[in-house]
Structures are given as C-alpha cells and as structure tokens.
Design a protein around this ligand. Structure first.
Ligand SMILES: CC(C)(COP(=O)(O)OP(=O)(O)OC[C@H]1O[C@@H](n2cnc3c(N)ncnc32)[C@H](O)[C@@H]1OP(=O)(O)O)[C@@H](O)C(=O)NCCC(=O)NCCS
Length: 144
C-alpha cells in the first residue's frame, strides 16, 4: 500500500538519497534542493512516498503564494522503483488529501513538454491542459 509520510530526522538522509534516472534529471529538482526550498518557502509541504515500509519517492505541494491555489511542485519515484504503479498511487493519495480542502476547487501541476511519461500519468488522473506555459513548462489542471 502507498502512504505519504512527513520527512523528519528518521527519514531525511534516505529521502535525499532517492534519485531519478540520469536521463530524467532535467525533469525534477533534487530532493535536497526541494527540502531546502521548503525551508525558505514554508508554504511548501514535502512528503515521502512509501510502498509498505519501503521509501520509494518524494513529492512537494503548496498553496502558491501568488495565485493562492494548490500546486503540486514535485513528484519523483526513485529509478529502482519506477513503472510499478507507485507514482500513480501516490498522486491519487495526494489528490485525495488536497481535495479535503473544500475551500479550493483546482489543483495545478506543470511539466517539461518532452516529459511524455508525466503527461500520460497526469492525463490518466484527470488533469487537462490549462493553456499556460510557465518557465517552459506546460501547465495542467484538475478541477474538483
Ligand atoms: C513520472 C513518474 C513520477 C511516474 O512514476 P512511476 O511510479 O514510475 O509511474 P507508474 O508506474 O505509476 O505509471 C504511471 C503511468 O506512467 C506511464 N508509464 C509507466 N511506465 C512507463 C515507462 N517506462 N515509460 C513511459 N511511460 C510509462 C503509464 O502511462 C502509466 O500508467 P499505466 O500504469 O496506467 O499504464 C516517475 O517515472 C519519475 O519519477 N520520473 C522522473 C521525474 C519526473 O519526471 N517527475 C515528474 C515531474 S513533473
């Protein structure tokens, strides 16, 4: 079963060791960078993705300071654990969690246009093109 857990002194060093494949490295910042970013931007919530007791990935989301809407800023599954359905299951959990906040109605996510894997995953989860391209990344949205 996939669960999302806080990052603390017990899993910090393991979370920063998680890596995507070499050819995917332009698609997502390192977890070290994201955790540092979350320190400076405290609206960012970082979560570790577990499959049962095994740490398999990382995600970070926030209510963006500019538009005050939910954005999923990061999603990564360690290269050793990809293509096993964990990314999709983690996204489903995160979406479920965000949807509990009924003050909001939309979740945004963005990705590099060449990242077909991410595109397919987000479309399967119901995200659709929003029409914007920000910093070269295609913006998708999920209305709820
Ligand atoms: C994108 C990513 C998070 C997906 O996680 P994952 O656990 O590997 O993916 P899943 O096994 O849950 O598969 C989800 C969908 O991706 C697609 N997919 C799976 N394996 C794939 C492969 N080897 N190549 C291309 N697409 C693939 C399928 O559409 C799949 O859906 P399906 O199982 O219903 O057919 C992961 O590959 C990753 O960390 N990539 C590098 C970082 C990145 O690009 N992050 C997103 C930044 S926006």
């Amino acid at each position: 079963m996939i669960t999302l857990k806080e990052i603390d002194r017990n899993n910090f060093f393991d979370v920063i060791k998680l890596k995507v494949a070499e050819e995917q490295s332009d698609f997502v910042a390192s977890n070290m960078f994201s955790l540092a970013q979350a320190k400076a931007f405290p609206e960012c919530v970082c979560l570790a993705i577990y499959h049962d007791d095994i740490l398999v990935g990382f995600t970070m989301y926030c209510i963006d300071e500019e538009d005050k809407e939910y954005w999923i800023y990061r999603l990564m599954i360690d290269s050793k654990h990809q293509s096993k359905g964990y990314g999709k299951a983690a996204m489903e959990k995160l979406i479920e969690k965000i949807k509990e906040d009924i003050q909001h109605r939309v979740i945004y996510i963005s990705f590099e246009p060449v990242n077909d894997w991410a595109k397919q995953l987000y479309e399967k989860l119901g995200f659709a093109e929003d029409g914007r391209v920000i910093d070269g990344e295609v913006v998708y949205k999920l209305e709820y």
